[in-house]
Design a protein around this ligand. Structure first.
Ligand code: ATP
Ligand code: MG
Ligand code: FE
Length: 346
């Protein structure tokens, strides 16, 4: 099926067309455009919701036009329109969802409302067509840090979450403390390459704990103290932070795997999954556990519309779509799906 995807939940405006019947990843992504708003938010050191919403208004329509034009398609050629309906910054989500509704209505095509987290969760299946359910997903992004048993499309069981900061948030705050600017994850990763992770002792919150969850607030505070102490090179702090974060993630994921059976793979998705050191560490963990390891290419880990179109394609294949009066949802847990299968009588 040919699905148009629209993403606008944070500070990436994006459009993509997916051909879900194509064989490999490259062929499945027919065309896509992403406009990052990094420059607009950089002076503020983080995403400003009102600026983001206005930028989506400006950028989305031309991005969609360019994507359809690159694909050599018109609205009539599409099978459905998929748009992020939450969770995220509500102004931006509304802009993308309303745009998707308008296009679906104009073209007489079904609208498929996508949970942004479901986009991340299913993105590994876009990248690797052989990835089958159920798999253990580590979802590490700007707003989330979760371990999820992905049992099928719309069938998600959350095993762990963060009790304070998300992992991407911890990377972004570390970047801010070190004066690396916004967005922080890639900058921390680059600087960490030049540092010695053992040069700065940092805590590993909840390491070895019986409870399943994550915590990064104490690590962030320790990074702040290390910086204020003035005795360490920034590169060493970055390297120590990244290593502590990886140690925590490995420990929590290893624990989760002991409670699961029958998994086809250990899978990582979300923006922090673009981190090469994190990927390498998780690959080692998967090998130890006798599991296949799947991570989407880095550009599919950070926000994009191909993953939204793909989640739409997965739902379209199951005969699911959504009413045009569906509301955007600023909060929308992954394990609380609001779109029952058509004809399910809910
Ligand atoms: P969510 O998906 O939870 O709603 P989001 O959409 O803002 O949040 P993503 O785009 O999935 O988040 O991921 C962005 C996050 O990923 C940012 O916190 C960013 O710093 C982090 N990130 C991106 N690249 C890297 C990297 N190479 N290393 C570490 N972190 C990274
Ligand atoms: Mg972004
Ligand atoms: Fe995201």
């Amino acid at each position: 099926a040919l699905i148009l995807g629209i993403e606008s939940s944070c500070d990436e405006s994006a459009a993509a067309v997916i051909d879900s019947s194509a064989a490999g990843f490259a062929a499945r992504v027919v065309a896509q455009h992403i406009a990052s708003q990094d420059e607009a938010h950089r002076p503020y050191g983080g995403v400003v919701p009102e600026i983001a919403a206005r930028a989506h208004v400006e950028k989305l329509s031309p991005l969609i036009a360019a994507t359809l034009s690159d694909a050599g398609l018109t609205l009539d050629d599409l099978d459905a329109v998929a748009a992020t309906a939450g969770p995220g910054l509500i102004g931006g989500v509304m802009v993308g969802l309303v745009t998707g509704k308008a296009l679906a209505m104009a073209a007489g095509k079904p609208l498929i409302a996508i949970n942004h987290l479901e986009g991340h969760a299913l993105s590994p299946r876009l990248a690797d067509p052989t990835l089958a359910f159920p798999y253990c997903l580590l979802l590490v992004s700007g707003g989330h840090c979760q371990i999820v048993e992905v049992r099928g499309v719309g069938d998600y069981r959350r095993l762990a979450t963060t009790i304070d900061d998300a992992l991407g948030e911890a990377f972004d705050k570390t970047a801010k403390i070190l004066g690396l600017g916004y967005p922080g994850g890639p900058a921390v990763e680059r600087l960490a390459l030049q540092g010695d992770p053992r040069a700065v002792p940092l805590p590993r919150p909840l390491l070895g704990s019986d409870e399943p969850h994550f915590s990064f607030a104490g690590l962030k505070s320790a990074v702040m103290r290390a910086k204020l102490a003035g005795a360490h090179a920034d590169a060493d702090i970055a390297a120590a932070f990244q290593q502590a974060a990886i140690d925590c993630v490995l420990d929590r994921t290893r624990r989760a795997l002991t409670t699961l059976s029958g998994m086809t793979a250990l899978v990582v998705a979300g923006g922090v999954a673009a981190n090469a050191a994190m990927r390498a560490a998780l690959e080692g963990l998967a090998a130890d556990a006798g599991l296949r390891f799947v991570a989407p290419p880095p550009a599919l880990c950070t926000d994009n519309a191909a993953m939204i179109a793909w989640a739409g394609a997965e739902r379209f294949a199951l005969g699911q779509d959504d009413p045009l009066d569906l509301a955007a949802r600023p909060r929308w847990p992954l394990d609380e799906q609001a779109t029952p299968a058509r004809g399910a009588g809910v």
